[in-house]
Design a protein around this ligand. Structure first.
Ligand code: NAG
Ligand code: NAG
Ligand code: NAG
Ligand code: NAG
Ligand code: NAG
Length: 234
């Protein structure tokens, strides 16, 4: 009996799906694109929800950080489990380098639950720089030079998951950076795949344990506040 309670508390402290009073704080800050509290797996409360879906509420757009890159959340589609993100402008590495909107390193989604949607990848895959490409000073702007030569390197995830043929017949583009800037401003669509993330396996289990605990103690929130008392009953 008491060991099962210890296990329940262990799970609840590691992982809270945010359907309890403690997690749904009365924070009334607007949190677009969510109408009220961000739904699980998202959370704006530290320690709640899925750690990869922790967001910072803000207007006009809330933020999410993925592999240490910060993005504005433009939209969320619960039907398809996808979000559309736009990188937040970062300081230009050098004043003579064009375009501060494009991240200076690839948008690397490895070790995250996110995948770039097929639609977003296909828009990137048709990009072909004209030859010879017009480059800025590459000793100041190495990341821009790299992207102009290989635009698909912006989203390495697309190369590994979509082995699309190179569209060598598509017209070449002189202003690759201008295109990429607009592409990122419109937003890249990311899906998440629950089967790739062991975290999701715990969700039904934790919800079950939570419900059981609520039944036993008449409210998970009250129980958690008095956790020490429950753990050592008299
Ligand atoms: C809600 O806000 C009030 C006043 O700021 C605070 O006293 C209370 O603890 C908050 N409740 C929760 C669940 O955060
Ligand atoms: C993440 O970014 C912050 C600020 O840009 C930096 O200080 C930190 O070292 C970065 N962390 C990693 C793991 O790259
Ligand atoms: C999700 O699906 C419902 C029912 O099919 C539909 O009414 C709603 O507009 C859809 N939402 C989005 C964001 O596509
Ligand atoms: C992405 O990050 C992983 C480690 O997090 C690294 O092994 C991999 O090489 C990176 N991919 C690119 C294209 O930077
Ligand atoms: C690029 O910048 C370096 C360092 O400022 C400079 O020495 C070099 O001449 C520049 N190259 C061109 C092509 O402007």
């Amino acid at each position: 009996m008491s060991s099962s309670i210890v296990i329940i508390f262990l799970f609840l402290s590691l992982f809270r799906p945010c359907n309890t009073q403690t997690c749904s704080s009365n924070n009334t800050n607007p949190c677009p694109p969510f109408s009220s509290h961000p739904p699980f797996p998202f959370s704006s409360t530290p320690g709640c929800g899925h750690p990869s879906f922790h967001i910072t509420c803000s207007s006009p757009h809330s933020f999410i950080s993925i592999n240490n890159l910060s993005f504005s959340i433009l939209s969320y589609n619960s039907n398809t489990s996808s979000i559309t993100l736009s990188p937040r402008p970062n300081p230009t590495p050098h004043p003579n380098c064009p375009s501060s909107f494009i991240p200076t390193r690839p948008i690397n989604l490895s070790a995250t639950p996110f995948r770039v949607s097929a639609a977003t990848c296909s828009r990137l895959s048709v990009l072909r720089p004209c030859s010879p490409p017009s480059l800025p000073n590459c000793s100041h702007c190495p990341s821009q030079c790299h992207l102009i030569k290989s635009p698909s390197h912006l989203l390495p995830d697309c190369r590994s998951t979509h082995h699309s043929p190179q569209y060598s017949d598509s017209p070449c583009l002189t202003n690759i950076l201008g295109f990429l800037q607009q592409f990122l401003k419109n937003g890249i669509q990311l899906d998440w795949d629950q089967s790739r993330d062991p975290y999701w396996l715990l969700v039904p289990l934790v919800l079950l344990l939570q419900r059981e605990m609520e039944e036993r103690n008449g409210g998970a929130a009250r129980a958690r506040k008095k956790g020490a008392a429950v753990l050592s009953p008299n």
